[in-house]
Design a protein around this ligand. Sequence first.
Ligand SMILES: [Zn+2]
Length: 144
Amino acid sequence: MTHDQTANQPSQPQRSDAEWRAILADKNAEPVAFEVTRHAATERPFTGKYNRVWDDGSYHCICCGALLFDASTKFDAGCGWPSFSEAVPGAIREIVDRSHGMVRTETVCASCDAHLGHVFPDGPAPTGLRYCMNSASLDFEPKG
Ligand SMILES: [Zn+2]
């Protein structure tokens, strides 16, 4: 099996809503985490626990633990959600999102399909990207 053949398929098994609720409860995820990750809800701006965190470390998928972002790529976009200029290669899958009368690029975890947020083309150099994420979708692991 080559990597290309699996590129568009989540590697994790499909789980029911009840299973995801139990997994998120086990991880002490935020109360909104289920709606955000499994039903593409958006946490209210400036409410997420990682919006103002600038410590060294790494950000993982709250659902499956996959590494998504290094903290060195996090920047202050002032938008009220944790923002990153670069994702770990292959960690994130992009989907065109035409909801709410806009065309945006949704981002999901490539491993388990958890909704993470959206990516916009207005970030800092060199990538020019802003991965606008929900804190509730992320699990921060401090360095060391
Ligand atoms: Zn995941």
